[in-house]
Design a protein around this ligand. Sequence first.
Ligand SMILES: Nc1nc2c(c(=O)[nH]1)N[C@H]1C(S)=C(S)[C@@H](COP(=O)(O)OP(=O)(O)OC[C@H]3O[C@@H](n4cnc5c(=O)[nH]c(N)nc54)[C@H](O)[C@@H]3O)O[C@H]1N2
Ligand SMILES: Nc1nc2c(c(=O)[nH]1)N[C@H]1C(S)=C(S)[C@@H](COP(=O)(O)OP(=O)(O)OC[C@H]3O[C@@H](n4cnc5c(=O)[nH]c(N)nc54)[C@H](O)[C@@H]3O)O[C@H]1N2
Ligand code: SF4
Ligand SMILES: [Mo]
Length: 680
Amino acid sequence: MESYIQQRDGIFKSVCSLDCPDQCGLLIHKKDGKIVKIQGDPDHPVTQGNICNKVRNMTERIYDPKRLKTPLKRTGPKGSGAFEPISWDEAIETIRSRWMELIEKDGAESILPYSFYGNMGNLTAEGMDRRFFHRLGSSQLDRAICTPAGSTGYKYTMGGSIGTDPEHTTETKLFIFWGINAVSTNMHQITIAQKARKNGAKIVVIDVHKNQTGRMADWFIPVLPGTDSALALGIMHVLFAEGLADEAFLQEYTVGHEELRRHVWQYDPDTVAAITGVPREDIIKLARLYGKTSPSLIRIGNGLQHHDNGGMIVRTIACLPAITGQWTVKGGGAIKGNTAFLAYNTKALQRPDLLNGRTPRVINMNQLGKALLEIADPPIRSLFVYSSNPAVVAPEANKVRKGLVREDLFTVVHDLFLTETARYADIVLPASSAFENTDFYTSYWHHYTQIQKPVIEKYGESKSNTEVFRLLSEAMGFDDEPLKDSDEEMIRQALDYPENPWLEGIDYDSLSEKHFVKAKREAIFPDRLPTPSGKIELYSKQMEQDGYPALPTHTPLAETSDYPFLFVPGPNHNFLNSTFSNNAKHIKLEKEPKVHLNIKDAEAKGIKDGDAVKIWNDRGDCVLTAAVGENVLPGVVVSQGLWADAEGKNYLVNALTPDRLADMGGGATFFSGKVDIQKG
Ligand SMILES: Nc1nc2c(c(=O)[nH]1)N[C@H]1C(S)=C(S)[C@@H](COP(=O)(O)OP(=O)(O)OC[C@H]3O[C@@H](n4cnc5c(=O)[nH]c(N)nc54)[C@H](O)[C@@H]3O)O[C@H]1N2
Ligand SMILES: Nc1nc2c(c(=O)[nH]1)N[C@H]1C(S)=C(S)[C@@H](COP(=O)(O)OP(=O)(O)OC[C@H]3O[C@@H](n4cnc5c(=O)[nH]c(N)nc54)[C@H](O)[C@@H]3O)O[C@H]1N2
Ligand code: SF4
Ligand SMILES: [Mo]
């Protein structure tokens, strides 16, 4: 396998591995075999040489002395962080023998893998690991922590993860950033919008928090959490009432527009204002702006879907561009995600055939605590965590930790660092960084597939995810050929996928030569939408069959407790979920974990800017620093960032979040919890 490792000096093309839509092209500068600088690749058509601070400072993380060099075994109580180094042979043999015992006694379903996208490389995130666990017949994980509520909702309307080509949005005249903190989480869409603004484009931001993104907008519209369906329905009401709908488009490309027109009559601006907190005049003004500006783009964020009603919210917003006929306008439409254009052969990569007819139970990753504490038949007796940090990122964190501390749970964690989760492990395995691995990457925003070849040697004795699962396969005595495939072979298999015509010309060789190759996107209209009708489904029979209202509808949040504040604990600018929360440089940039509250609420509670604030509910508590102002509406408190455990501090926001599932896709409901606050 070709790699750049042997070349000790030079500049090498690479790709950002983080769970971020932008998936930047990178240039890695090496001197004496070490990375000395990370820069954006100016040749990358979308990201054009700009990268975020997080990754500009990535060398701090790659060479952080805290990085794990060898496997470890636990020597003290779970959670205490007492470990000693062991060899890979001992680590693998320990896992093998414990698993053999468990399989004998309780069956393979007593073992649960737990992973997410700490590294977005497709081989790393869903390659050899899936093959291995399929062969093992372990319990399966429903990886529902991030997008499925919204993706399911969007799919009901549009048929799949298909949106506007971001490269076309240079022509857009109206950007609506809806429930997305894009300055932090999709910075290149902001760069494009800023450029378009120089040509007269307007930027509207609809959010529960006037954060960096809200502050750069031409118009910021604050909304109450979980009420965005009502707002979208109110916009539809005005569009239809004032003749701003594109009747020709509706006629040709949608189903159910007559039903929708009648249905939204009830969502008049006064009704909607009472639900959303957006004044009636603003609803009308927004609808007129949207109805009269073309091309317009709605960038639908992930914040929206982390609510009890998140699937329906996204389903509803996704109807808007159809009403104004934006899908046939270059630079018009919406982007929730764009993964369909880069869909590859997941069966060939993940090999579900290795299940051999077995159908192991599926456990939703949003309910890890519940699963560890309550599942009985058979109980989960072993957890293998990789590319994720559930002790910090999963909801109901106290339940999760109570599960992790179980003496009879055999836990293995594969990571680059001794994370909060790893501290509960019996065996810790050191992971190589993305720059040390081979992989291919498919953005969920732009249309490029990219390749990563190893740039530096593996740190210490660390190993990639594919290596670890090959080793485990061998140790378990699994002889199946797919468990022995090389990384290059897996990339070739995954990209061999004639079923996706957009992928034509993207393969291992073209990627090796060009580093990034664009999907051959063609127009998806008039009749190529993958919905049951082939059209945009404003009325969805499928939804009706699945037990939802067929038309977009507002439903209130589900929490029944009486706590007075809605709590929205989102991500922050300088971390990537919990990644970087343990790196000194990134912590310094982020300063401290804040909780934003409205001045009226702060006064009523006697809280001043800079005070420590205790936030609590029945599930748990945490203590953050008050940022008092008018950046959130009264009744709403917003925190930013998934902070690492710090001595003497309690920053664990997920101690308060519910493990209820969203209305669709088994999604998480991080932002639908209620809390109380006091000076702490
Ligand atoms: N810097 C940085 N970038 C990241 C990440 C990170 O942690 N840090 N995480 C990555 C990942 S995994 C993801 S999923 C994405 C997430 O990034 P985004 O898609 O931006 O999603 P969030 O930041 O979760 O929430 C977006 C916004 O939704 C708002 N919000 C919450 N509830 C509501 C509501 O009911 N209505 C409205 N209108 N707004 C609401 C929040 O205040 C927030 O500003 O970012 C990715 N990129
Ligand atoms: N309160 C609240 N909670 C949230 C969210 C929120 O907005 N609010 N956002 C949710 C969302 S959208 C998401 S996507 C999840 C994200 O949750 P996670 O996917 O767990 O994300 P990270 O916390 O970044 O943890 C990733 C871990 O993977 C490790 N890692 C990186 N590369 C590799 C590798 O190649 N191999 C191995 N084995 N490990 C690797 C990193 O070191 C890191 O410890 O968090 C969710 N949790
Ligand atoms: S985290 Fe996002 S913006 Fe930063 S370098 Fe990676 S892909 Fe680009
Ligand atoms: Mo996410």
